[in-house]
Design a protein around this ligand. Sequence first.
Ligand code: IYR
Length: 223
Amino acid sequence: MARPHSHPFVPYRPARHPEPEMIARGREFYAHMDARRSVRFFSDEPVPRECVELAVRTANTAPSGAHQQPWKFVIIGDPGTKRRIREAAEAEERRNYEGGRLTPEWREALAPLETDSDKGYLETVPWLVVCFAEKYGLRPEGARVKHYYVNESVGIACGLLIAALHTMGLSTLTHTPNPMAFLSEICGRPGNERPYILFPIGYAAPDAEVPDLVRKPFSQVVA
Ligand code: IYR
């Protein structure tokens, strides 16, 4: 059936599998993703830059509002920049944890994670990726372009980044130092980009531990 189009369309034939294979593949992917944990104890072992780039390429496959891809991923590997980011993040977190900026309710919610203002992992890891969300686009002459569903789009892209890292055997953390405006300055990003998530990326330390958390059972997340 030839549909009338006013813009270019191309055929799309995603792979299909017999039902038992669909279920086997789904189970395998679920088990793989279910084994992922956020990590705060990293090894300083080097990781090929190509792995990080592949994760960013994967993130860039995310669906986005009006296909505007309102994201930017800054890849940082040099020790000086990692140090500046660590120092700035810790300064903010000291105001949170030691300066009383965290509300008692927030403190209580974070207690099981045993987080504190020490963000040494920001220097330990071989790579940092800072994801920025483009609040609006900028044409070369400077005109603003409205972006749609920025938060949803960038969130999905970051989810794919996390999945890609996990599939390569790498670990990360969705770190959101609060507030994180310092990331714009250190990364030299323009005003239309808002820091979204800071991802330390590396191998989990051989003796890494994670909080003994349980995921909500399926029955509680499905309705
Ligand atoms: N940004 C702080 C606090 C923090 C907040 C949440 I929500 C967490 O899930 C974890 C930590 C920090 O990084 O320590």
